[in-house]
Write a protein that binds this ligand. Structure first.
Ligand SMILES: Cc1cc2nc3c(=O)[nH]c(=O)nc-3n(C[C@H](O)[C@H](O)[C@H](O)COP(=O)(O)O)c2cc1C
Length: 169
C-alpha cells in the first residue's frame, strides 16, 4: 500500500482515501456491490475514494480528483504486479451499495474498486490499437512516429518505475 505514497497528485493535495477490505465472510454483500464471482472471491479489495473538496481544480472548473485517484491506483497495481499479485480495475459497481457497506460519507466518492489476489490463471493476450492510431507527433493530426524510438523510451520508463517501486518492499 505504501506505493500509494509515491503517487503524484495535482498541487500535492492527496485528495483520496483507500479502504482496504478483507472479503472473508462478506461474499454476499460484496456480490451486491459487483456481481462477479472473481470479485467476491478475491481475498482483498481496495475501494479508492476521491474527496472532491480537497482536490485541485483548474481555472476552467475541471477537477483533477479522478486523475489523482487513477495515478494512485496505477502505482498500487504496478507494485502488486511486482509482488506477483493480480489486480483488476472495477468501475461498474453499485455506488450506493458501496457507500452503505463501507460507510463512505457524501463528501467522498468511491471511484474504483481493485481486487487483489494471486492470479488463478494466466492473462490472455492484450488487445490494443496500433501506435499509429494512438499517438501523433507535434499536432493532433500529424504524421507517423518512429516506433523503435518509442519502444526503447517506453521500456526504459517501465524499468525505472518498477525499480523505484521495488525499493519500498
Ligand atoms: C477505469 C477502468 C475501469 C474498469 N472497469 C471494469 C469493470 O467494471 N469490470 C471489468 O470486468 N473490467 C473493468 N476494467 C478492465 C478493462 O475492461 C480491461 O483493463 C480492458 O478491457 C483491457 O484488458 P486488459 O487489461 O486485460 O488488457 C476497467 C478498466 C479501467 C482502466
Amino acid at each position: 500500500m505504501s506505493a500509494a505514497l509515491f503517487a503524484p497528485t495535482a498541487a500535492n493535495r492527496q485528495p483520496f482515501k483507500l479502504i482496504v477490505i478483507h472479503t472473508e465472510g462478506k461474499a454476499e454483500e460484496i456480490y451486491r456491490i459487483y456481481d462477479r464471482e472473481w470479485f467476491s472471491d478475491a481475498p482483498i479489495l481496495i475501494c479508492a475514494c476521491g474527496i472532491p473538496e480537497l482536490g485541485w481544480v483548474r481555472g476552467d472548473g475541471k477537477s483533477y480528483v479522478d486523475v489523482d485517484v487513477a495515478i494512485v491506483m496505477d502505482h498500487i497495481s504496478l507494485a502488486a504486479a511486482d509482488l506477483g499479485l493480480g489486480t483488476c480495475w472495477v468501475a461498474s459497481f453499485d455506488v450506493e451499495a458501496a457507500r452503505e457497506n463501507f460507510r463512505i460519507p457524501p463528501s467522498a466518492e468511491p471511484i474504483v474498486f481493485m481486487p487483489l489476489g494471486y492470479p488463478a490463471g494466466t492473462a490472455g493476450e492484450k488487445e490494443r490499437k496500433t501506435l499509429d492510431e494512438l499517438i501523433s507527433l507535434e499536432t493532433w493530426d500529424a504524421g507517423r512516429i518512429n516506433h523503435l524510438l518509442l519502444y526503447h523510451a517506453y521500456r526504459h520508463y517501465v524499468i525505472r518505475r518498477l525499480c523505484n517501486i521495488s525499493i519500498i518492499r
